[in-house]
Design a protein around this ligand. Structure first.
Ligand code: NDP
Length: 324
């Protein structure tokens, strides 16, 4: 095996241009770890926050929590994985690389029939969609949901799962192409962002929706609150347009005894049983054709900066992956 491999390294926080391909020492798996030859890397919005220094990380920094590939070496004390296994993870680190270390506890077996690029497109956004609608707010059949960025990575997956649950799904998107994709995923109504709260009221006979899933954040937060029914819940799960500034809790009272929750995936993968439940349901849905991951863009590993620029520039749909 070679002693070096290629990886993306950012030496300091900054724009997409700080993501540079570098020659780094080949990682060596320690106890409980797998060395994985990466076939595809899932790009996620969080890596843009980390790259910019919005979420603090130590620099030099190699981003990447999500990837799929083949196990090429196994550390001591690993059970259940062997060289040659196809695995994926949503909880790796430094996955923007040809080879990555994945803790065996956080590795997921990829079912036969699921290609590795699809396996890299599913775990993080798929398990996010799963916990948002099952655990942060349990959506029941017949309930109405507003979901922002309906053609995004989380958006397309969550729409499909919500329709399986027989919820009514209203999405927002910024372009006609995204509108079409959101409809194909199953959205009942697709809106633009302008005056979306008013339109949601009209569509719900003045009542508002039961729950809003909002990953856009700063630009949509006020409208999301205004879209809720009495005792509705706003699940604020991201800030693609920027982080929501502090706000007056009395607004929840005035809005009709509203709830706001700000969840993150790690808190919903607290033990092996919870991880296995979510991963199994997501991968089984994909393997059986009930859930389809749309890979909207593929970039060579060396062009990770261009991938970030496209994601932050709202030019992507579905999943963005890097291919080493
Ligand atoms: P997306 O593929 O959804 O991309 C972001 C989308 O947000 C864009 O395509 C765009 O869609 C919309 N958007 C609206 N306003 C802006 C803006 N000003 N700048 C950029 N994008 C904007 O990304 P992901 O699916 O990876 O993530 C979606 C959100 O979910 C992110 O906020 C992310 O941080 C969050 N997330 C949270 C997790 C958690 O556990 N809390 C886990 C995973 C993701 P359009 O053009 O249609 O408006």
């Amino acid at each position: 095996m070679t002693e070096h491999c290629n990886a993306i390294v950012a030496s300091a926080p900054g724009g997409p241009e700080v993501l540079v391909l570098a020659h780094v020492p080949m990682p060596v798996p320690g106890a409980g770890e797998l060395l994985v030859k990466v076939a595809a890397v899932g790009v996620n919005f969080i890596e843009s926050y980390q790259r910019q220094g919005i979420y603090p990380v130590p620099f030099p920094f190699t981003p990447g929590a999500e990837a799929a590939g083949t196990v090429v070496a196994v550390g001591s004390g690993v059970h259940g994985f062997a060289v040659g296994d196809r695995i994926a993870t949503a909880e790796g680190s430094a996955c923007y690389a040809e080879f990555a270390i994945v803790p065996a506890l956080k590795a997921l077996h990829v079912p036969a029939g699921v290609p590795l690029d699809v396996a890299a497109a599913l775990p993080l956004q798929g398990m996010t969609a799963h916990y948002l609608m099952n655990s942060t707010y349990r959506v029941e059949p017949g309930q109405s949901v507003l979901l922002h960025a309906g053609a995004g990575g989380v958006g397309l997956l969550l729409t499909q799962l919500l329709k399986e649950r027989e919820a009514r799904v209203i999405t927002t998107v910024s372009t006609e192409e995204k509108e079409e994709l959101s409809r194909v995923a199953g959205a009942d109504e697709v809106l633009g962002y302008e005056n979306f709260a008013e339109q949601v009221r009209e569509l719900t006979d003045g009542d508002g929706v039961d729950v809003v899933f909002d990953g856009v954040g700063k630009d949509t937060f006020d409208g999301s609150l205004a879209s809720l029914r009495t005792r509705g819940t706003l699940v604020l799960f991201g800030g693609a347009s920027g982080q929501v500034p502090p706000f007056d809790l009395q607004r929840l009272n005035a809005g009709g005894s509203l709830t706001v929750v700000r969840p993150k995936l790690a808190d919903y993968l607290r033990n092996p049983q919870e991880r296995s439940w979510r991963a199994t349901e997501v991968f089984n849905a994909a393997a059986s054709g009930h859930l389809s991951a749309r890979i909207g863009a593929r970039f060579p590993l060396a062009e990770a900066g261009a991938a970030h620029a496209a994601l932050q520039g709202r030019r992507t749909t579905g999943k963005v992956i890097l291919e080493p």
